[in-house]
Design a protein around this ligand. Structure first.
Ligand SMILES: Nc1ncnc2c1ncn2[C@@H]1O[C@H](COP(=O)(O)OP(=O)(O)O)[C@@H](O)[C@H]1O
Ligand SMILES: [Mg+2]
Length: 248
């Protein structure tokens, strides 16, 4: 399944992170596969590998990379280069969010078409997506999930200065009462010409899901947008102490 170069890249990633084995496919999407990998001492990683550039993918990512200075000079017709740039973009977006204390998997490394991050799950199984779990939650729990999601969108906007641009119940995981935002490759900087449009779309998705599917009484999309972009009461320098502790 892996081409030779991806296999070599996986070896290099395994060497750097002391991964002892790849323990199965967590998800096989259209472009990327996500694997669970085990490192020394049993630490688990999620390893996302970009493998297939469908025509649809090329078309759909175009609007995210137009106007992004990080893509200047990348030959978009070259699949390999496109994936390397796309994986790098995902890693950097993840890093920016993580550093801004957004609840995202901790990023570990990007190498060629491979991104390694914290594995969200337990007992060897990934955590459910919000879409898969919300029907089991009661109203109070759902309200808490809603608040966490808005808080995270606010941090992404106000602190990481990004817009997720593909936010929905399919890109939010849920574990022990906590939400994790995933799949951030397409996130754009606030300077991107379509940033506002993407943000309105994300908030529209969030509103639709919580109001219509989860049946919560929540403010309308305009009010949520206002809460997010007001950037009131956001403390952005939050990971400093925990990151210092991690380094020790
Ligand atoms: N850090 C992670 N830990 C555990 N599972 C993950 C992680 N990241 C992604 N997954 C799983 O892999 C799936 C696909 O990942 P995602 O980043 O959303 O890629 P895609 O572009 O294929 O949607 C997710 O729906 C989730 O089930
Ligand atoms: Mg996804």
């Amino acid at each position: 399944m892996w081409d030779y170069q991806t296999l070599m890249a996986a070896y290099e990633v395994a060497r750097r992170l002391k991964i002892v084995r790849f323990a199965g496919v967590v998800s096989a999407g259209k472009e990327a596969r996500v694997y669970r990998a085990i490192g020394k001492g049993g630490v688990e990683y999620a390893v996302k590998i970009y493998l297939t550039a469908t025509a649809e993918f090329r078309k759909s990512i175009y609007k995210y990379i137009m106007g992004d200075p990080r893509f200047e000079g990348v030959d978009l017709s070259n699949t390999k280069k496109l994936f390397f740039a796309w994986a790098r973009k995902e890693y950097r977006n993840l890093r920016r969010m993580y550093d801004a204390c957004v609840s995202v998997p901790r990023p570990y490394l990007v190498y060629q078409n491979i991104i390694v991050m914290e594995f969200i799950g337990e007992g060897g199984r990934r955590a459910p997506l919000l879409k898969e779990v919300y029907e089991e939650l009661d109203e109070e729990e759902l309200m808490d999930v809603y608040r966490q999601v808005v808080e995270n969108v606010k941090r992404i906007y106000c602190c990481a200065r990004l817009v997720h641009a593909d936010l929905s119940e399919y890109n939010i995981m849920y574990l022990h009462g906590k939400v994790y935002i995933i799949d951030v490759a397409q996130a754009v900087d606030l300077n991107h010409p379509l940033a506002e449009q993407f943000l309105a779309h994300d908030i529209g998705n969030i509103h639709r899901f919580f109001a219509e599917e989860a049946g919560l009484e929540i403010p309308g999309p305009e009010e949520i947008l206002r809460q997010v972009t007001s950037c009131e009461d956001v403390q952005c320098e939050c990971r400093v102490e925990s990151r210092q502790a991690e380094a020790q």
